[in-house]
Design a protein around this ligand. Structure first.
Ligand SMILES: [Mg+2]
Length: 249
């Protein structure tokens, strides 16, 4: 395998292209379930109750309905209630004390720094939150760019992951073919969509493994996943980049 492989097939000769890595943020670059998700869920519940005048139970039911139908509460609120996306994102992502709860894995920086190619964060989260997380974790300098939900508007509507047209447009804006891109993600629905347009896919299971039910933890990767890894260091080793002999990793 060469550094140009871009993803980790064991026996397929790789074309010599510069890889473009698209890293999800939450539950990929940090443990969002631990640091942000409980507070985020509470803030979204309060927002829906306050803006739409609903009870807690009605708010929960509505959020669940929009989650199932659109993949995100926000999309349903924008479409059916005239909520402004920027207003929702600002008020639900204030997350007091977030910095103190954030954690990254100690090997991540070395793994990112030596990963060949261009690296971008691709997250459905808002920009202010994404930058806050990346700066606090010391990861921002290791990326060539951060693509957030504000960048995912198409035809006047938000088209976050797993929207395939948005993924195709991201590749086009980066000046590459989808086949040059590898999506590193914890969410399989996003992998499935990325693969449909020709991207390579890495299922990142570090945080999934820690808390998922046993059948999910041990599940085989679906056919649309090129490989699954449990750390960025493992990803680096799988594409043939050796550990730093100085031990800095
Ligand atoms: Mg995620």
């Amino acid at each position: 395998m060469t550094h140009n492989a871009g993803v980790c097939p064991d026996d397929t000769p790789a074309p010599r292209i510069t890889p473009v890595w698209l890293f999800d943020l939450d539950d990929t670059l940090h443990d969002a379930y631990r640091s942000a998700m409980p507070q985020l869920a509470q803030a979204m519940g309060c927002y829906v109750q306050s803006e739409l005048g609903l009870s807690a139970a009605q708010s929960d039911a509505l959020r669940r309905r929009y989650w199932l139908r659109y993949g995100a509460t926000l999309l349903g609120l924008v479409r059916h209630h005239g909520v402004k996306a920027a207003h929702f994102l600002h008020h639900t992502h204030e997350l007091p004390g977030l910095e103190a709860r954030l954690q990254r894995h100690p090997h991540d920086i070395a793994a990112l720094a030596t990963l060949p190619g261009r690296r971008f964060v691709l997250t459905n989260a808002p920009r202010a939150y994404a930058l806050r997380v990346l700066r606090t974790l010391g990861l921002l300098a290791y990326f060539d760019g951060v693509i957030t939900i504000e960048d995912m508007a198409m035809f006047g509507q938000l088209r976050p992951k797993p929207d395939a047209r948005m993924l195709r447009r991201v590749a086009a804006k980066l000046g590459v073919q989808p086949a040059q891109c590898t999506l590193v993600e914890d969410t399989l629905a996003h992998q499935k969509s990325a693969r449909r347009i020709g991207m390579k896919t890495v299922w990142f299971k570090r945080w999934v493994r820690a808390r998922a039910p046993r059948d999910v933890r041990s599940a085989r990767a679906p056919a649309y996943v090129d490989c699954r890894v449990h750390s960025l260091r493992e990803l680096r080793l799988r594409i043939g980049v050796a550990d730093d002999p100085s031990g800095a990793r």
